[in-house]
Design a protein. Structure first.
Length: 457
């Protein structure tokens, strides 16, 4: 226990965003010396494990890995990962820019393993509180970050900057919120929950499952159910008239270039919103074209064999969801074209209804009285720093929740290599200004210290 450690940076969450930051910090002696660590609630590295389906592919080129766009010569490129795993030539023979998610997950874990000593797995950050500058009742000089480990113990660390990279939280529409989680799951926990919910084919009676949503995750779950669960009849329920393809044509794809962040950021609030809306069909409620074709063929072949187990219910709105006395869920479905409503019962629901991006607000709630309305308004500088008042010195970098200000690439992998560069440049500039001469010398030498204090409960 070192009560006097003050970190230059604590990263909350260790998904691709903060992983990319860890890589960038390690690149230069000066930045690797900054005292920093990362706190991740999972017990080990995991990238959307609940949707790590065997054959699903990346929706982005492997060249947009954690580092290549900034430094193709880095040891942490996807190409070097392939080389070290002995698969470079075999991968070349695939003639694909799009590895499976399983392989990309292995790449990310391979990178994460290099940063183990800066990582605290199995701790959930629960809150952050202001720490006043010495001798000042007004100025806030640092943040006290509290976390809770898997044994229920609480820990605290003090830092001059935070990088919040906590990703999204399952979005559960109002209509389903009261149903509980017994046989209603969100796609984010699909792989870890589905066996429990539908049982194994050998011992389970036939089950009717509704998959709700018109995006990539919904389509992937629908196909997986039809393949792996012969005792399941799956219905894909979508509001729109058809599954729509994600626009990944080259001119449109330019919106995911790092340079486009400046274009979006440079607009007025309305201008930003209108750009995001214009290109929404690159990322939201859309499906990769090959997957659409696969689903179409699957439904066609059912037709040929006159075995209509799986259905695509297009133009269908869900008006109500209630639990029936036998534990099934009754959905009131309205056909948006005819206006007619009907009730259907299902044994389970998979909600592929997307993610909320506002959980950082609760995490930073303890600072709210000092932040003006920057937090609620999403007032973020170009370098991803929350715009804080003059008396509030700590820097809070937000990753993955700045779509409104920085554009559609913010929640994706597209700009990670450059975003981490921008954040580290900002961090290094401020750290040099902030750091008092009397700084703990061991900490300065290697930038590492556990630096946590146990809280007596
Ligand atoms: C199934 C799926 C597939 C995707 N595929 C692609 C793709 O092919 N290409 C692409 O560009 N984007 C893709 N995305 C988008 C995705 O957002 C990014 O790939 C990426 O995960 C963003 O990284 P992140 O670190 O910001 O967030 P996340 O990957 O969500 O990581 C956040 C981390 O923070 C941790 N955490 C959360 N709260 C706390 C807390 N309070 N304390 C401590 N730790 C916490 C979480 O456990 C998690 O590990 C996909 C998303 C999903 C759901």
């Amino acid at each position: 226990m070192q009560r006097d450690t003050i970190f230059d940076l604590i990263g909350v969450g260790f998904g691709p965003s903060n992983l990319s930051l860890a890589v960038r910090l390690a690149e230069e002696a000066a930045t690797s010396r900054l005292a920093h660590c990362f706190i991740e609630r999972q017990p080990e590295f995991g990238w959307h494990r609940g949707m790590l389906l065997d054959d699903c592919r990346m929706q982005i080129s492997f060249l947009k890995d954690l580092v290549t766009q900034r430094d193709p010569k880095s040891r942490f490129t996807f190409i070097n990962y392939l080389f070290e795993r002995g698969r470079l030539n075999d991968f070349v023979n695939l003639k694909s820019f799009y590895p499976t998610r399983v392989e990309f997950h292995d790449y990310l874990r391979w990178v994460a393993d290099a940063f183990e000593e800066r990582l605290h797995y199995g701790e959930t950050v629960t809150s952050s509180e202001p720490v006043h500058s010495p001798g000042s009742s007004k100025d806030i000089g640092a943040l006290r970050v509290s976390s809770c480990d898997r044994e229920g113990r609480e820990w605290q660390r003090v830092t001059r900057a935070l990088s919040v990279g906590i990703g999204g939280a399952a979005q559960v529409p109002e209509a389903f919120a009261a149903l509980g989680s017994h046989n209603v799951i969100h796609s984010s926990t699909y792989l870890t929950s589905i066996d429990r919910v539908v049982g194994k084919a050998t011992d389970a009676p036939r089950k009717r499952v509704a998959v709700i949503g018109g995006g990539q995750s919904a389509a992937e779950v629908f196909v997986d159910m039809s393949r792996r669960f012969p005792h399941v009849d799956a219905s894909l329920v979508i509001r729109s008239g058809a599954l729509k393809p994600a626009d990944d044509t080259p001119f449109v794809n330019e919106i995911f270039s790092p340079a486009y962040t400046d274009v979006v950021y440079g607009q007025s609030k309305d201008g930003r919103r209108s750009l995001i809306e214009r290109f929404r069909d690159t990322n939201y409620a859309v499906v990769d074209r090959p997957l659409i074709e696969q689903i179409y063929e699957m439904l066609y072949l059912q037709n040929v064999s006159d075995d209509l187990r799986h259905r695509l219910l297009a133009n269908t709105g869900i008006e109500a969801a209630v639990r029936a006395t036998n534990g099934q869920i009754e959905l009131t479905l309205r056909d948006n074209l005819t206006g007619l409503a009907r009730a259907e019962r299902f044994d389970a629901l998979v909600l592929a209804t997307g993610y909320r991006r506002d959980t950082h607000i609760a995490l930073l709630d303890g600072l709210a009285p000092h932040l003006g309305d920057a937090l609620v308004k999403g007032d973020v500088e170009r370098d991803y720093r929350l715009a804080t008042p003059e008396h509030f010195k700590p820097r809070i970098y937000l990753q993955g929740c700045c779509e409104d200000s920085h554009g559609l690439s913010d929640t994706l992998l597209s700009v990670l290599a450059l975003r981490s560069d921008e954040i580290v440049a900002s961090l290094a500039e401020h750290a040099a200004r902030d750091r008092p001469a009397s700084r703990n010398s061991a900490q300065q030498k290697n930038g590492m210290s556990d630096g946590r204090m146990a809280i007596a409960l």
